[in-house]
Design a protein around this ligand. Structure first.
Ligand code: XMP
Length: 517
């Protein structure tokens, strides 16, 4: 393991990802963790991340110098670099001058461990106020910039390395190579962390945790729960039962994908609960978005609990208790909740499936060390269908919040068709990776006049809402090619009865949200 000590900026996660891209497992620890505790984790190397502060700021997070004397290779980046310089007797000046953004780095030692094979002048990403003017004794200065005399240094004897810039960001053109030089050459770690090894280790860990007991897993149709279930299934086979609640608000082909493709790929024991009628009945006459969401959430929990009780009762006959609940929690959730140490029982969580809060199970969370793209790779490794692994986000309440107005069976059918056409055409145009998602919304309470064949129509519009986004917190509307929009529009108005108009939503988020309700 390579540990990334997080000094409080956004960079630690990115660094951990880059280390993993170099096929070495890495984890993030907070800078408040005492050094003995860090060392007790037996890291093969330690990276000190950037941070928002000046080393001279009041309450600036520091580091116990013992970390540099433990014989573990250390790489300081940006703030971590300055901490290292300061702790080991170098000089860090509180210059008041800031260097921010793309900067040219001059490499004075092209034979150094970090910079070998990289150009003498290269673009790097900087973001700092203070600057190192003298390296600590024993260090060789390997690079500088116009404003910073000591922009990189290393002590190959003690295996200590540092750079003022951020090698982890894309704008640092040789950043990944510099990082890999530290990992492979400096720290001497072999790149053995592969998707296959992740699967193998996870399977062993799940077997050890679950023992002879049984487990249950709620499938939502999303990537995370599917991959988590597939991993656990690989580990304990028939002692896992998956529960999929079909609320009738899924898109075309989605429930079939879970029922057939997922089972075909994994051989998992699946309990499908067809609750469409129940959800529709509960939603009858309701058009307020928040009320719809509440009803769907409530019904979901009821149905899930009932199914779960049935699974537990049936399992009781076989003797092995159902003690475990599988969840698709990802590493960013773990890091963001300040965790890393698992809690045994569910207290509260806001999972996609909206599972009940008072379940008395132990959790199995096989993805809690993985980022989303790694989860997708594991899914592929496990043989899950591409369409399932690359799936774009889809809200838990499903099409229920994409019909503006009351949700009825007929309206769901129309929207399902229109949505399927839009997805088909976007896929055919090769645009799936360019857009974050493209909700199709039925304005069920709006009608407009049209003409089709020789006749007048009085139908409903659908809205296309293609967006691009990094994390769904903010989004921009996708500039889709006109030809693709034209094909979608023609097909929807030709093929979907009662829809006679297709409109495009050109609102960013904010002010609009991605979904209409
Ligand atoms: P908004 O509409 O808030 O959506 O901009 C942001 C992202 O979240 C998805 N979304 C949901 N996902 N349960 C979910 O699992 C929900 O209730 C829910 N509501 C919105 C939405 O599709 C988008 O990706």
């Amino acid at each position: 393991t390579v540990l990334v000590v997080d000094f409080g900026a956004q960079y630690a996660q990115l660094i951990a990802r880059r280390v993993r891209e170099a096929r070495i497992y890495s984890e993030i620890v907070p800078s408040t963790m005492p050094v003995p505790e860090i060392l007790a984790k037996n890291p093969k190397a330690i990276i000190l991340s950037g941070g928002p502060s000046s080393v001279y700021a009041e309450n600036a997070p520091g580091i116990d110098p013992a970390i540099f004397a433990a014989g573990v290779p250390v790489f300081g980046m940006c703030y971590g670099f300055q901490l290292m310089a300061q702790a080991l007797g170098g000089t860090v000046d509180n210059t008041g001058r800031r260097e921010y953004g793309r900067t040219e780095l001059s490499v004075s030692r092209p034979d150094s461990t970090l910079f070998e094979g990289t150009p003498g002048r290269q673009d790097v990403w900087m973001s700092h106020g203070d600057a190192c003017s003298a390296a600590p004794a024993g260090f060789t200065v390997t690079a500088s910039t116009e404003g910073v005399p000591v922009a990189a240094f290393e002590d190959d004897e003690r295996k200590l390395y540092g750079v003022q810039h951020h090698p982890e960001v894309m704008h640092s053109t040789h950043g990944q190579l510099v990082l890999e030089h530290f990992l492979y050459r400096g720290a001497g770690i072999a790149p053995t962390w592969t998707t296959a090894s992740v699967v193998e280790e996870s399977v062993a860990a799940i077997r050890a945790q679950v023992g002879d007991a049984q487990a249950i897993c709620g499938l939502s149709g999303g990537v995370d729960s599917a991959v988590a279930a597939a991993l656990v299934q690989r580990a304990i086979g028939d002692r896992l039962t998956c529960v999929y609640v079909d609320h009738g608000l899924m898109r075309k082909g989605e429930s079939e994908q879970v029922e057939k493709d997922f089972v075909a790929a994994t051989g998992v024991q699946l309990k499908v609960v067809d609750a469409a009628k129940r959800f529709l009945a509960a939603l009858a006459g309701v058009s307020d978005p928040e009320q719809k969401r509440k009803i769907i959430g409530r019904e979901f929990i009821r149905v899930f609990e009932q199914a779960q009780a049935e699974v537990v009762a049936a399992a009781g006959e076989t003797g092995a208790p159902v003690r475990f609940l599988v969840q698709g929690t990802l590493y960013p959730d773990v890091v963001e909740s300040g965790g890393g140490t698992g809690t045994a029982n569910i207290k509260s969580h806001h999972n996609v499936g909206g599972l009940p809060e008072d379940l008395d199970f132990e959790l199995v969370e096989p993805l809690r060390r993985l980022f989303k793209d790694e989860v997708r790779m594991v899914g592929k490794e496990l043989g899950l269908p591409e369409a399932m692994v690359q799936r774009q986000p889809f809200p838990g309440p499903g099409l229920g919040i994409r019909i503006v107005g009351e949700v009825t069976e007929n309206r769901l059918d129309l929207l399902r068709e229109a949505d399927a056409i839009a997805r088909e055409e976007l896929t055919a145009a090769g645009l799936d990776r360019d857009i974050w998602q493209c909700p199709v919304v039925l304005l069920a309470d709006v009608r407009s006049v049209g003409v089709q064949g020789d006749g007048r129509t009085y139908g409903h519009p659908v809205v296309l809402r293609p967006v691009s986004s990094e994390d769904a917190m903010t989004a921009d509307w996708s500039r889709l090619p006109y030809e693709v929009l034209a094909r979608i529009s023609t097909r929807i108005t030709n093929e979907v009865p009662e829809v006679n108009r297709v409109v495009l939503d050109v609102t960013s988020k904010p002010p609009g949200t991605i979904e209409w309700e």
